[in-house]
Design a protein around this ligand. Sequence first.
Ligand code: AMP
Length: 459
Amino acid sequence: MYQTGMREECGVFGVYNHSDAANMTFYGLHALQHRGQDACGIMAGEGGSYDIHKGPGLVHQVFRDDILQTLTGSIAIGHVRYSITGGSHFHNIQPFIFNFQKKTFGLCHNGNIVNYEQLKEKLEQKGTIFHSDSDSELIAHMMSKDVYESPIDALKRSLVQIVGAFAFIILLNDELYAIRDRNGLRPLSIGRLEDSFIVASETSALDAVGASFVRDVRPGEIVRIDTSGLHSFSYTEETRSELCTMEYIYFARPDSDLGDMNVHDFRKRTGKKLALEHPASADIVMGIPDSSISAAIGFAEQSGIPYEVGLIKNKYIGRTFIEPSKHLRDRAVLLKLAAIRKVVRGKRVVLIDDSIVRGTTLKHITHLLKEAGTKEIHIRIASPQITHPCFYGVDISTTKELVMASTTKEELMEYYQVQSLEFISLEKLRECSFDQGLCTGCFTGNYVTDIFNRDAKEQ
Ligand code: AMP
């Protein structure tokens, strides 16, 4: 696969001015675990002295009590990682820590930089020698001039050159920096807990540590958090609000608010629109747990068809047990889900799923439901057809992985052996966001930035 540098779906969390900063970060990362289950890390300290611990695995596996106790200090940043390329090699696990001019600074990121190759080449032409292909090294080189003396200038100078999706939390000079890309593709929110500030990918992580929501970091904004509070800087005037639609549809937790919208509410609206756009004659409505439940409730409310729990998910199977190969992914679906025969037997079912990516999950689920005696299956999908890859960090990175890029709806219906299959239209999906800006590149192929070497990356 084409190496694009940063390519991550992740969660980031930071704490400023709390006596138990590492512990808070532990709980914050726990609340963001759905954003990445491959690896995690926490860096904590104060007074220019920081310690870090990171490793592969879930938050509670990597951080035992005795380890957390070694992470002292009132400032901390943390990260949960879902690896797309590069695997869980230790050097890919964040936070990244830089030792420069006898000082240390740390960085966590969520997103994907699309001009990584170009930025690297530019620095090499000026004589910079790279030791690795890592994004952290690129960013460190970009920021190195004046990074301690004039961090805002160093950040502005670097950020304005970076194209793509990013939410950064940077720990530098005992100050915390929270930064979003100019299109606001990845979420980042600020909260407050008494005299402490919290920064998190999702508001659900603020709730988890008892912090109250202050505001989102704005597209193109650098927020510096220091002893006198929050300070806002902008590194570009060219900003737009175009949060990733898949954050709403699948990725974020239903109890999170993204922009001004609650994720559960958004998903429920997609279900209602689906019921109006593509009604079905059926006895029950079911959602595939967990991410499709809200849309299924919306469909049931709008259509008047009763909502039922026909599929049960085993909560104790995490992604960490699952190698990302096709064979094991296929098995994983069966280990994860079971049908309640008594509910589905002899029934005409509306089956709601949030999205179709590779198309394999629904093959297994429709098979499962038929074996359990379901009479008819009407699939309704709460997102439009995903026909293009995501270059901004969602794990749909090549066209050939996407079943809807090469298959018609009718062919897929035939493959699943179901009575009907319909997707919400892009127009109706947009209505669900009350016309708030959204990145819809994976449905349309129109991306909010230049992609750089798009053809090579799409393969
Ligand atoms: P499949 O069509 O077999 O690839 O599975 C689609 C299901 O995976 C959807 O219903 C979502 O619940 C989930 N999903 C959607 N987007 C992603 C993603 N980027 N990474 C992992 N799972 C996803």
